[in-house]
Design a protein around this ligand. Structure first.
Ligand SMILES: [Zn+2]
Length: 338
């Protein structure tokens, strides 16, 4: 008879992002005056997880939206981006009411236009616009070298090539924009465990990007001597137009003539039209670091037009890959290049 020891419960993948955020932000909660209470509801009002499953089980914080908002009970993880901190970040601004001046301190949930990466070791790195960087550089995180003024994706690439996000299967969190709508960010905080599905979290929810396919595309372009075209909008225009459902046969025919091996390139680019729309921006950042990113994509690249055509006819983007910003102006066409 085998007796099993009391092994810790396996981490449920949908909780990993929350766990990493919770671990990475313990300093914020140490300085917080928020009172916790035992909730009378079943789930956190923000992430909707049961109280037994959250990082600080059965501890809630009462939260009000505005002055007359109804009380909601949120878990400590979902509450954390709402904690203002003088020590960890610093002074955001002085709020002036008549002759009274009240200091407003920085919080994660008010970092508009700022990104973040949490490594598998639960180390947090923030990317801030220069004005916010200046405000918070003397805070604890600033002094620890956690703040920078790069674009979030650029910081992600640099952490990736430094090996800071290894092993990727262990999971890291990529926040594209903290924004100011904490509920939108925390409702579904997705961890990344594979470059095939880079989860981009923001105040508008989580969307997925096939970074593996982007790196593969960069390699195919480099093989064909197209390095300098990678980040050029003009080069990609026929492909972008098609992804938006506005195909231009003439422009595409011209494009086919300009590319040495178009079938190989078309086979490499991501299948999801939303990913294709991001090609010039993301490839422009990936191409200069291609050599160091290639080890993450060891699959051999096939370049057969026949394979490409059959793959195209049967390819449908995964349901989960639809970004949550439903108000997007142009709806990409699903599963069709042309
Ligand atoms: Zn929660």
């Amino acid at each position: 008879m085998t007796v099993y020891g009391a092994a810790p419960a396996p981490v449920r993948p949908q909780h990993m992002g929350y766990q990493l955020l919770y671990q990475a932000t313990s300093a914020l909660r140490r300085g917080s005056f928020a009172a916790t209470l035992t909730p009378t509801t079943l789930n956190c009002a923000c992430c909707d997880r049961r109280w037994a499953e959250v990082e600080a089980p059965f501890k809630a914080v009462e939260y009000h939206y505005g002055k007359c908002g109804e009380a909601e009970y949120v878990c400590l993880t979902c509450y954390t981006p709402r904690i203002p901190s003088q020590d960890i970040l610093g002074l955001e601004r002085m709020n002036v009411t008549g002759k009274t001046q009240t200091p407003i301190y920085g919080k994660l949930g008010m970092l508009v236009g700022s990104g973040g990466i949490i490594t598998p070791e639960a180390e947090l790195y923030l990317t801030l616009p220069p004005k916010l960087f200046e405000k918070y550089r003397d805070g604890e995180w600033g002094q620890q070298g956690r703040l920078s003024i790069e674009k979030p994706f650029v910081r992600l690439i640099s952490l990736l090539i430094q090996g800071t996000l290894d092993p990727i299967e262990d999971g890291f969190v990529y926040i594209e924009n903290w924004g100011r709508k904490v509920d939108g960010l925390m409702r579904q905080l997705m961890p990344t465990t594979s470059l095939h599905e880079l989860w981009c979290n923001s105040e508008n929810g989580a969307s997925v990007l096939d970074l593996h396919a982007i790196i593969t595309t960069a390699q195919v372009m480099s093989d064909q001597g197209l390095d300098s075209q990678a980040g050029r909008f003009a080069f990609w225009k026929p492909i972008l137009d098609a992804a938006k459902g506005q195909r231009d046969d003439k422009a595409f025919a011209q494009w086919l003539e300009n590319v040495p091996d178009p079938a190989a390139l078309l086979q490499a680019i991501p299948t999801d039209p939303y990913d294709r729309l991001r090609l010039p921006a993301v490839l422009g950042w990936v191409m200069p670091h291609l050599d160091k990113l290639l080890p993450y994509c060891q699959t051999k690249i096939q370049s057969s037009p026949a394979t490409f055509l059959s793959a195209q006819s049967s390819t449908q983007p995964p349901v989960a890959s639809k970004p949550s910003n439903e108000g997007a102006q142009v709806e990409p066409e699903q599963g069709n290049l042309f």
